[in-house]
Design a protein around this ligand. Structure first.
Ligand SMILES: C[S@@+](CC[C@H](N)C(=O)[O-])C[C@H]1O[C@@H](n2cnc3c(N)ncnc32)[C@H](O)[C@@H]1O
Length: 469
């Protein structure tokens, strides 16, 4: 079957806008093949009808997901690009780990964006296992996302064939896999280190604490951008830049991707065997701790008896929230709404810089002053999540939901956290609630408690999670 030029043009535009994927003339045959397969799986009678249906559907719809799977190239294997993994193992990760040890912050956050069937994030997990003899004392997040939900499902099973090990050192198979006939199954310990989630890199759902895509030490986005349009490359890199730990996080691309559009905002870092990109600090250097006198100007509700806004204090523990919404007795004047938002934004910025303990203390102090701010609990939940404290995050989100039971953002975060804990049924219920809450909300409406994400994007993300659940 030949395609009318007009239909192909429409398809190209639609796919570029929704998935970022580029289909130049030379890839027309791939585009035609994928469209035909997707159209024949659907109820549409003509290609034109199929495109019109797709245009009206969100990318979370099964039709889009099927098309995405046909359009994308899922080629991957363990330790693909040996020099990069060597650079990560010998230089990049050890330097981050050493710095964290000296700061006494045992936290590491890695993200494989466009992880396909999981070989890349599991390779990262194996490196982490080798580099951290005291792994049990660390909070490690290895996020693995892809737009192709079927690929994520394979990743979740963690069962691979020989082909996934081409070029992989023998010790990897011996130490980290169990053989069942022709299938090699990744060690459970390694599997547990990786959190899988659907995420469209051309969408708006990152960087965001809700999708756990902030303050990353290292992001691997390899062999993905090369299939994107220049506009999508620029937009994706801008968002990935925001996902990196401010002033410290590294992005790794594949060798052919070092000429993609949009790398200007990064600092190039050459390490033997690899080129990485760093996010220069977006924020001015932190002010020195203010003297008690200078602190007099800080909002009273922030500079409470626990100390100044910037001074470490003992952790404020959360007391049970009482049904009456009882407030702590305090002499300080209540914050103005704008002031409160400003403090929460600053706290978020601290978390983005990786100063999670400080951010957490600030948040807890704000809560100790006024226990009725759902956004503060939501921020606390996000900070706990970034710190790997899933239990603490769930507790904070439950408190946010107590105060704001219709917060789609809070239900979404709860769903992600429950999924991370392996509570798939409960995670499903949370995502169903997000869908119910947002079904009638205009897709362009911004959700302040979801970091201003459009309602349509959060809805799509929830639907895609339901597909994976
Ligand atoms: C060639 S694989 C790369 C796998 C791995 N990163 C590697 O280098 O071995 C490309 C992956 O990018 C994913 N992808 C393509 N477009 C995407 C998008 N808009 N959002 C998220 N993932 C996408 C595909 O589904 C596919 O799994």
């Amino acid at each position: 079957m030949t395609f009318p030029d007009e239909v192909r043009r429409q398809a190209r535009e639609l796919i570029a806008a929704r998935l970022g994927l580029d289909f130049p003339e030379r890839r027309s045959a791939d585009l035609d093949r994928a469209l035909l397969r997707a159209a024949s799986d659907s109820a549409s009678r003509t290609l034109h009808e199929h495109l019109s249906r797709l245009a009206a559907l969100p990318e979370s719809d099964a039709e889009w997901r099927r098309l995405a799977a046909y359009l994308t190239v899922g080629e991957t294997y363990f330790f693909r690009d040996a020099p990069l993994f060597e650079a990560l193992e010998r230089r990049v990760l050890p330097s981050i780990i050493e710095a964290r040890r000296s700061e006494r912050v045992r936290r590491l956050r890695l993200w494989s964006a466009g992880c396909a069937t999981g070989e890349e994030p599991y390779s990262l997990a194996i490196l982490v296992d080798r580099l951290l003899p005291d792994l049990a004392d660390w909070s490690v997040t290895i996020l693995a996302t892809d737009v192709d939900v079927a690929a994520l499902d394979i990743a979740r099973q963690g069962r691979y064939r020989e082909w996934s090990f081409r070029g992989t050192p023998e010790w990897v198979r011996d130490r980290y896999f169990r053989q069942h006939g022709s299938v090699l199954e990744v060690d459970r310990r390694i599997r547990r280190l990786v959190s899988l989630a659907p995420l469209n890199l051309s969408g708006e759902s990152y960087p965001s604490p809700l999708t756990n895509t902030t303050a990353m030490d290292v992001v691997l986005c390899r062999n993905v951008l090369m299939y994107f349009t220049p506009d999508a490359q620029r937009a994706t890199l801008e968002r990935l830049r925001g996902a990196l730990l401010d002033g410290g996080g590294y992005l790794a691309l594949s060798a052919p991707e070092t000429s993609v559009e949009g790398l200007q905002g990064f600092e190039r870092v050459d390490v033997p065997g690899a080129v990485l990109y760093r996010q220069p600090s977006r924020l001015p250097a932190p002010a020195p701790p203010p003297s008690p006198r200078a602190d007099a100007g800080a909002p009273a509700w922030l500079a409470d008896a626990g100390g100044s806004a910037w001074e470490p204090t003992a952790t404020v523990s959360l007391e049970p929230l009482v049904a009456t919404g009882e407030q702590p007795a305090t002499a300080a004047a209540p914050p103005l709404p704008g002031e409160r938002e400003g403090v929460l934004a600053e706290t978020r910025a601290l978390a983005d810089m990786g100063r999670l303990d400080e951010a957490r203390r600030r948040c807890e102090r704000a809560i100790a002053h006024d226990r009725l701010i759902p956004d503060a609990y939501l921020l606390l939940a996000a900070i706990c999540q970034e710190n790997g404290d899933v239990g603490g995050a769930l507790d904070a989100v439950r408190r946010a939901l107590y105060l704001a039971p219709d917060s789609a953002a809070a239900h979404f975060l709860q769903g992600c956290l429950l999924a991370r804990q392996g509570q798939r049924l409960r995670a499903r219920r949370s995502m169903e609630t997000v869908v119910r809450l947002l079904a009638a909300v205009p897709p362009d409406e911004r959700l302040p408690d979801a970091g201003d994400m459009a309602a349509g994007h959060l809805l799509e993300s929830a639907r895609t999670h339901l597909e994976l659940a």
